[in-house]
Design a binder for this molecule. Structure first.
Ligand code: BG6
Ligand code: MG
Length: 213
């Protein structure tokens, strides 16, 4: 085993913005008269903004929507979402996460973000955690979202590491699939534990210190 770096998903691993995604999509769906619930919201984890919109539109029964209209809907959702993100503070990241990332760096591992979100940097700034990452791979540097491995392969490339030397940390099955597809080692936390596909399972974030020794 020659792990040299960790590549971290953001939502559900470092911070919890699911509720904000839910509120923002719910507002858009209500405005459009589209049924939307938490179960549908769970399917949006790790999925890009436009792909998320398509999932929500599965319940849409009106006239076909132009690409322009879809982009306007996604922009409207993002505006609501960013207002909610603006309420986040450093207290939205646990001391456990901060200390663990610091210790991983002290042990000499590279640290990259691997998030589908185009708002990733904004979130990390809000919670004062941008400095904990050597590199940021996010929704702004990819064309395909998880389970495609692009976001993690970019993270490895930015760090100058081979995919097989990287550990992907994920809370979504699509993210574990992406890590596997990229030839990386995977660690599941939260919901992703249930898929049973990851190399490691984390009961809590600091369990990483038993893997990245
Ligand atoms: C992921 C979330 O991190 O980012 C998804 O899990 C979300 O639910 C995706 O759709 C894209 O986010 P954003 O911030 O670019 O709209
Ligand atoms: Mg996630």
């Amino acid at each position: 085993m020659s792990l040299k770096a960790g590549i971290f998903d953001l939502d559900g691993v470092i911070v919890f913005t699911d509720k904000f995604h839910y509120q923002a999509w719910k507002k858009m769906a209500d405005d459009m008269g589209i049924y939307f619930d938490e179960e549908i919201n769970n399917r949006l984890r790790g999925v890009s903004r436009m792909d998320s919109l398509e999932i929500i539109l599965e319940r849409y029964e009106g006239e076909p929507l132009s690409q322009e209209k879809k982009e306007a809907l996604a922009a409207q959702k993002n505006e609501t979402y960013r207002k909610l993100l603006a309420t986040m503070t450093p207290e939205d990241v646990t001391q456990e996460v901060r200390d663990t990332l610091e210790e991983i760096r002290r042990r000499g591992y590279g640290i990259s973000l691997g998030s589908s979100s185009k708002n990733a940097k904004f979130i990390l700034e809000q919670v004062n955690l941008l400095d904990a990452f050597d590199k940021i791979s996010d929704g702004n540097n990819i064309t395909k979202s998880k389970p495609d491995p692009e976001v993690f392969l970019k993270g490895a490339e930015f760090l100058g590491e081979k995919p097989e030397d990287c550990l992907v940390v994920e809370d979504a099955e699509a993210g574990i699939d992406a890590g596997i597809a990229g030839g990386m080692k995977t660690a599941a936390i939260g919901d992703a534990v249930n898929c049973g596909k990851a190399d490691y399972t984390l009961g809590t974030f600091s369990d990483l210190l038993k893997i990245l020794v």
